[in-house]
Design a protein around this ligand. Structure first.
Ligand SMILES: C[S@@+](CC[C@H](N)C(=O)[O-])C[C@H]1O[C@@H](n2cnc3c(N)ncnc32)[C@H](O)[C@@H]1O
Length: 279
């Protein structure tokens, strides 16, 4: 296939941006094309213009778009990453929730990649003595390939860079091709595919009182972030907590959340008096 001209590259880039939220600036257009070209060839497209129209006319939930998501997904993640927020959850927020009500607490790890984040939450809750409480942990991601790995629960050395060795021995079993997470942790997390740009796929999950959406907005444009935040804000009850990555800031992007310091961690709290607030 001949390389596309700049105008066509931008058309494809904008379509991907609209459907997946991912934004490739001019310096990274080449990277985007390198990743999607094998998909276009596998589809039998003879030119990028064919590929553009195929993408444009195909439903976002099709295997075709899911292959694009898999190809562009950056699944950099590891256990015990940015732990301060998870410690705040395990040591403060969970206790507050169950002091005030009996109903189960749902925690959503949006863009969980290969599962290290929701499994970290499950381990941290057990370590904090909350293993018996009715907490539902849901991990979602737009990439089906990432979710297959998350569900399998078999990890290589890279995933363990900050997990204390004693916790690796406690919650994982060594296998010839990696470390298998224990079934006791695995059954605490449910995984599902959800594209953050597709409102119907996230409205239900967005009503979770605790949402982790970390290290995905760095790949989005400000407009895509606003689109996701509008759905979150419409569904999250006042007082619900949204955790983003330490290099991500929402301050210029939303008026619906207030940045709060909770011990050594920061969270965006849905404005209004509500959940997790002591009267
Ligand atoms: C760097 S990982 C973040 C993993 C984890 N949250 C963490 O902080 O370690 C980014 C993930 O965002 C996912 N992603 C990118 N665009 C998405 C979208 N539109 N909807 C859902 N997930 C998306 C990618 O598939 C990838 O797995």
């Amino acid at each position: 296939m001949l390389a596309p001209n700049e105008g066509l590259s931008i058309l494809i880039r904008d379509l991907i941006h609209e459907r997946l939220g991912l934004f490739f600036d001019p310096a990274r257009l080449e990277v985007m094309l390198d990743k999607i070209t094998p998909l276009a060839q596998a589809q039998g497209c003879r030119s990028y213009i064919d590929y553009y129209y195929q993408l444009k006319d195909t439903d976002i939930t099709s295997a075709y778009w899911q292959a694009v998501m898999d190809a562009l997904s950056v699944q950099e993640t590891y256990f015990w990453r940015e732990l301060d927020q998870i410690k705040t959850l395990a040591e403060t927020l969970v206790a507050k929730w169950f002091q005030e009500r009996l109903r189960p607490l749902r925690i959503w790890s949006a863009a969980c990649a290969t599962g290290e984040e929701p499994y970290t939450i499950a381990m941290a809750l057990i370590e904090a003595g909350h293993g018996h409480l009715p907490v539902e942990i849901v991990g979602s991601d737009g990439s089906p390939a990432a979710l297959v790995k998350a569900q399998r629960g078999l990890y290589r050395e890279r995933s363990f860079r900050t997990l204390p060795p004693e916790l690796r021995s406690k919650y994982f079993e060594e296998k010839p091709d990696g470390w298998q997470i224990s079934p006791a942790i695995q059954r605490r997390v449910r995984f599902q595919r959800a594209n953050l740009m597709e409102e119907p796929e996230i409205v239900h999950l967005a009503s979770s009182p605790i949402v982790f959406c970390r290290n995905v907005f760095i790949y989005f444009s400000p407009n895509s972030i606003r689109r996701a935040l509008q759905v979150f804000a419409a569904r999250m009850e006042p007082g619900s907590h949204l955790f983003v990555g330490s290099s991500e800031s929402l301050l210029k992007l939303t008026n619906d959340f207030e940045l709060q310091e909770l011990g050594s961690a920061f969270a965006y709290v849905r404005k209004g008096k509500g959940l997790f607030q002591t009267p």
